[in-house]
Write a protein that binds this ligand. Sequence first.
Ligand code: 4NP
Length: 148
Amino acid sequence: MKILMVCLGNICRSPLAEGILKSKVSSENVYVDSAGTAGYHIGELPDKRSIAVAKKYGIDITDQRSRKFSIADFDTFDTIYAMDESNYHNIVSLARNDEDAEKVKLILKEISTNNIMNVPDPYYGGDQGFENVYNMLDEACDVIASKI
Ligand code: 4NP
């Protein structure tokens, strides 16, 4: 099983999603990666605030470097989780066929009782935004891990 987490810059939300899901699954059974739809931060570490909130919960994400989503990711991954509807539409617009498009899901749809569909972009906010993002992703990744 191969899962890709995608946001815009691949420095705030999707690195957290990658680190959190990796902490809940066996790396022998599940390969988890993340990417951004934009290339603004290619090669960079996750945002300091993402690194800090992950560390607070015992997760080290400093091995990650930002990369851009590529069409080849449709071949590599079974499921591609978008952090928000904008990311979702950007990825689906790159799909070559229905099979590609069907791999793309909104991550918060995994939390069935939740009617919030977008993980808010915390980039321009404060630390509380990162805590909020962490908690949303932790809940969604519990559901994803339980289904694997
Ligand atoms: P992310 O957050 O998509 O969660 O990684 C952002 C990071 C950088 C920018 C926007 C969002 N930016 O505009 O540089």
